[in-house]
Write a protein that binds this ligand. Sequence first.
Ligand code: MN3
Length: 243
Amino acid sequence: MLNRRDALKTLSLTTAAALAGRLQASAQTATPAVAPAADLFVLPPLPFAPDALEPRLDAQTMTVHHGKHHAAYVQNLNKALAPYPKYHSQPLDVLLGHLDLLPPDIMTTVRNNGGGHANHSLFWKCLTPASGEPPQGDFLNAVVETFGSFANFQEQMTKAALGVFGSGWAWLSLDSTHKLRVESLPNQDSPLMFSRQPVFGIDVWEHAYYLRYQNRRAEYLESIWNVVDWQFVAGHYAELMET
Ligand code: MN3
């Protein structure tokens, strides 16, 4: 069953696609079918210097993670969408929420690389060198109401992160009834693909920690808890609650 938000998204995707189809048909004689899309999606800058999270997250990892891995997701996403101008007006969260409507030949590429772009764009914002401020307000209240305590939430999130077999993420997400949940998802899958909004995520791909922590994922997770920007996460939660 679709809630209002999902219904609006679906409507927006289908009407925009229909409109784009008509525009394309009317302009077919004048312009080539393949529009340039090199900068359709853009790599956002890291919100801090690569060495700002030292020693917990090292500069080399941050540089490669952002400048190579995240950049490649953006590049591959743009390349996949380039031949399909009718999707160019769609925000990424709409595309990821409607993967089944995409042409089969780009569905997996958009899932992996669009997911990668969305996940990392949120991840950088959730980190800060100035951490130490604990969460408070409505976000903290919701966490305590859902998980019993903030410590229990952290424990569940850590367990989800440790439990990812291979590559993936641990997520705090918000479902369509505005309930929080902790979940783990494989690869670059986003809660957006399952009608949930990502509030906060922890990347447990080896590329996120291997240079410094090698196979010691638990140590990496301990460090992550010390660099979370709870002010951002609480603000992001508040915005999602208004949708
Ligand atoms: Mn990553």
